[in-house]
Design a protein around this ligand. Structure first.
Ligand code: G6P
Length: 374
């Protein structure tokens, strides 16, 4: 009811603003990266705890749907970049019905806010039926089917999520998946103690960093005023931020009904550039990273066709607002945890655009919070 909403107009807005708390709770009590963090299900037979599993697996297969799928896509960059473990990410409804080549030494990771999504559960059972018994879930509901049916589990502590469009569940999943990356890196001997300490320090800074990003809300509201009258929007990112562009586009379409799609910026010239006109806002996630110079030339391509850019940059990105380029400057440069921070303005953009359009933010048409039937 209204009382629970406090100062917020919708659950989605409340949940967006709960993210510093949700991440702090998810990380609470973590002094070091230990395999036991992933034993919340209590389902592993003696001698087959997380330590044993992490030492022997050769690859990771992530299965999920919707927003949870995009957290998996982000984790692939971490798992291969930091832990050096080959990783595949697949939409659960595809995996469960296709012929695949099972590897008994693969860690099968399901990601689910609810732990009850029918396709994700069926994908897990399918993997098990193919002989893959190293299973782990990243899940927000301790009593769910997913947690019951996997051997290992990491429980996010987002708290109950009511808004159909997932927000705090996504960022807490990312926190759990980053910890999983560190745990695997450690098991494979690819993480020194000083690297572990530096990563944990950056994680402990997340609540404060998230709060600073949430303070950008007034600037996002002015972007939302522009978006409210549009029919289409394009989201661009590269590397770790490509999945964040995908999630930004998903949020916008879910609750504003504006057609939105995301592209890896390097693919722009292979299709979506044909759509760019002055009526096409192009959101670009542009932190200062190794791909920034390439991304800047993608932005030029958009400008040359009259497209209007909405850019999330940081202090080092050296991108200034000018005619046709609207820049919101992120407060810091965040390193590998950057996706957790950059998704927040995109959540707020979808939210405020939906409010401006007068849609039913918490219960968008045709969508359900948890899809428990196929
Ligand atoms: C539905 C919800 C999404 C969610 C997806 C997967 O489509 O509307 O917000 O991301 O299901 O749900 P799960 O509970 O498995 O994360």
């Amino acid at each position: 009811g209204a009382a629970e909403l406090g100062p917020y107009r919708h659950y989605m807005q409340k949940e967006i603003f709960e993210q510093p708390r949700a991440i702090a709770d998810t990380l609470d009590g973590i002094q070091a990266v230990v395999p036991e963090l992933f034993e919340a299900s209590g389902n592993h037979p003696a001698g087959e705890g997380a330590h044993h599993v992490f030492k022997q697996i050769e690859s990771v297969l992530i299965l999920a749907c919707g927003t949870s799928y995009y957290s998996g896509c982000t984790a692939k960059y971490w798992l291969e970049g930091i832990a050096k473990v080959p990783t595949q990410v697949e939409i659960a409804s595809e995996y469960r019905y296709r012929e695949s080549v099972p590897n008994p030494h693969t860690l099968v990771v399901t990601i689910s806010q609810s732990g009850e999504t029918a396709d994700t559960l069926a994908a897990l059972r399918h993997a098990q039926s193919l002989g893959m018994r190293h299973t782990l879930t990243v899940c927000n509901v301790a009593s769910s089917a997913m947690v019951r049916e996997t051997r290992l589990a990491y429980l996010t502590r987002a708290g109950v999520e009511i808004g159909v469009a997932s927000t705090k569940a996504f960022t807490t999943q990312l926190a759990g998946l980053f910890l999983l990356t560190l745990a695997l890196a450690q098991a494979k001997g690819r993480l020194t103690e000083s690297q572990e300490a530096a990563h944990l320090k950056a994680m402990r800074h997340l609540p404060a960093a998230l709060s600073a990003v949430l303070a950008l809300e007034p600037q996002i509201i002015s972007w939302a005023d522009d978006f409210a009258g549009k029919q289409n929007a394009l989201f661009l990112g590269r590397g770790l931020h490509y999945p964040i562009a995908l999630e930004g586009a998903l949020k916008l379409k879910e609750i504003t009904y504006i057609h939105a799609e995301a592209y890896a910026a390097g693919e722009l010239k292979h299709g979506p550039l044909a759509l760019v006109t002055s009526e096409m806002p192009v959101v670009t996630v542009a932190p200062h990273d190794a791909l920034l110079e390439k991304l800047k030339s993608n932005m030029q391509e958009v400008r040359a066709r009259g497209g209007v850019l909405y850019v999330l940059a940081d202090a080092d990105s050296r991108i200034e607002s000018e005619d046709g380029i609207h820049v919101i400057r992120m407060p810091e440069h965040y390193g590998p945890l950057s996706p957790l921070l950059h998704v927040v303005p995109l959540q707020l953009l979808a939210y405020h655009t939906a409010v401006a359009r007068g849609t039913d933010v918490d219960k968008p048409r045709n969508l359900a919070k948890s899809v428990t039937v196929e």
